[in-house]
Design a protein around this ligand. Sequence first.
Ligand SMILES: C[S@@+](CC[C@H](N)C(=O)[O-])C[C@H]1O[C@@H](n2cnc3c(N)ncnc32)[C@H](O)[C@@H]1O
Ligand SMILES: *[C@@H]1O[C@H](CO)[C@@H](O)[C@H](O)[C@H]1NC(C)=O
Ligand SMILES: *[C@@H]1O[C@H](CO)[C@@H](O)[C@H](O)[C@H]1NC(C)=O
Length: 336
Amino acid sequence: MTWRKLFLLTVQLLSLKTCNAESAIRDPSIRIASLLMRVTRKLDTIYKLQEEVMAELDEIHSLRKISEDNGEIKQTIHEVECTGGVYSFDRASSFRSANETVAMNNGHVVRLDDILYGYDYLFEQKHLFSAGSWLGVQSQQDPWDLVAIQQLLWDVKPKVIYDIGTNVGGSAILFAHIMSQYAKPREALIVSIDPKDFAVNWDAEAQRLCPRCTAVADNPLWGQYVRFVKARAVERSALAALQEAISTFGGPVLISVDGWHRYAEVLKQCQVLSQYVTIGSYIIVQDTKLDRFLRKAGPRRAVYDFLKNNTDFEIDKSREAFLYSQHTDGYLRRIR
Ligand SMILES: C[S@@+](CC[C@H](N)C(=O)[O-])C[C@H]1O[C@@H](n2cnc3c(N)ncnc32)[C@H](O)[C@@H]1O
Ligand SMILES: *[C@@H]1O[C@H](CO)[C@@H](O)[C@H](O)[C@H]1NC(C)=O
Ligand SMILES: *[C@@H]1O[C@H](CO)[C@@H](O)[C@H](O)[C@H]1NC(C)=O
């Protein structure tokens, strides 16, 4: 109705002006008439759309009322539609402050978990784990955890880092860069382990997502701080390299578990490698968030089961400083 009023007023005003200017300029009045017709048609469309929107909002309102009465409103709120898929609210979130809510001015109330898991979902769908690089080397470290890990490495200053899952060297070069700020070459070492060649990326999409990325071997830090071993993380040759590094450089010793994120492998790696971690240092079990995507036991379950039988470690939530972490409950600190 306000549009109608506005329209009539506009017509009145414009026609007054047209009358006054009348004989002086003929062409403008023709133009004005045609513009008025176009404006009329558009105002009609807006008016109709406005009515449609009002009707739809009414329907949403009454449907919400019904589902609220049925006790289903919680499910509606906690079910977030993402591009190409829907995920269901999962109570087993381990994000810090997951249950805190934010009220939007459009009436939506969302849990922090909805926001973070929604982001996580798109991150996976869009292959963003291959969008990052460090010093030009494609790195599959998530940007939020990357900062958290930098903070952790600076605090612990490990002399030996066991980097499970080299891929193309992205985590190794990141760790080496930070290491280079507190240790000279041959004072500390990253033992980087992968059964596949570091020249080949496991993710075929990586080249498209990081077109400017360069080979890790071109970076001098690779030669100075990294020893690559082509093996599996708990294979004899890999463990021998770790033991040699520890006897040469001492501690602190830190383990990054970032191979394939399968429950049994991660559990085994934690069980075999925990003995090498020094007190005050960490096992970082990466991608614990995958349990929720895979809807089955993955790295996060492996962490919980590992901790059941190992009281030397505890989950350090303070390392999830930004609330969001892909390694939620995965920062394991050795306490004794
Ligand atoms: C998620 S990617 C690692 C990404 C890398 N850490 C980074 O930040 O760029 C996983 C890698 O782990 C390797 N891998 C799989 N099983 C492994 C194992 N048992 N030991 C060591 N590496 C493994 C795979 O070949 C693959 O390259
Ligand atoms: C969130 O609430 C659920 C249900 O009350 C609870 O089981 C869960 O532990 C809470 N999560 C966090 C991170 O506080
Ligand atoms: C923990 O120890 C118990 C008792 O020795 C054993 O039955 C169980 O399989 C162990 N669990 C894990 C995950 O190692």
